[in-house]
Ligand binder design. Structure first.
Ligand SMILES: CC(C)(CO)[C@@H](O)C(=O)NCCC(=O)N/C=C\S
Length: 199
């Protein structure tokens, strides 16, 4: 008897999903508009929200992003009394998947050591490990090749997060080498796979 692999693809629960994008202080955050646009083309069209670290905001214009972009100040403005919601908990509950693209060296180190000093790392620290968390590192080649990097990548993989490796490209500082964020199309394909396996 063939293993029942659940309903046929066209009958799978196609309810729309909630994608939370995390962006950090890598120049690859210039790709945020393209990432949002390509994720919006998935069917059914997913709901998308973004959380940016303070340094990520240098690389894009929040007002030109067609979805809500949360920043650290939103956390403090959202809460003033015990009746108010805690934004990082609300967002971690809202999201079906978290895609951190790009993950800069600093935020990678924080995640690998459980540090949570801003909205994005607080979401990660409170993350439901039954939900997918994709991390897409992007940094200078010299940072990438530092031995501490592979230690931290291994720790994140061991936590169950999905690793999307950086690629070789001419980087923002004109070095050529591994450190560029994976292509947006590759990231979107991996997100699509995860969404389709969700019940
Ligand atoms: C910026 C982009 C996306 C252009 O294709 C690519 O170079 C990239 O992901 N770079 C991230 C790493 C980097 O450049 N770091 C900064 C100093 S070297």
């Amino acid at each position: 008897m063939a293993e029942d692999d659940g309903p046929p693809p066209n009958k799978r629960n196609k309810s729309e999903k909630n994608i939370l994008i995390g962006v950090t202080g890598s120049v690859a955050s210039i790709k945020l508009p393209k990432l949002v646009d390509e994720l919006h083309r998935l069917q059914p069209k997913p709901n998308i929200q973004v959380v940016g670290t303070e340094h990520s905001m240098h690389f894009f214009d929040k007002d030109k992003i067609p979805v809500k972009v949360f920043s650290d100040k939103d956390e403090w403005e959202a809460w003033s009394t015990m009746q108010d919601p805690v934004l990082h908990i609300e967002l971690r509950r809202w999201a079906d998947i978290l895609v951190i693209a790009p993950l800069d060296a600093n935020t990678m180190a924080k995640m690998a050591n459980g540090l949570c000093d801003n909205l994005l790392t607080c979401i990660v620290r409170a993350w439901d490990l039954k939900k997918p968390l994709l991390f897409c590192p992007a940094m200078n080649t010299l940072m990438w090749e530092h031995p501490i990097t592979s230690e931290q990548v291994k720790r994140l993989i061991n936590l169950g997060y999905t690793y999307v490796p950086p690629i070789k490209k001419t980087l923002a500082c004109k070095d050529t080498g591994i450190g560029a964020m994976a292509e947006v199309t590759s990231i979107v394909a991996i997100v699509k796979d995860h969404l389709e396996t969700m019940k």
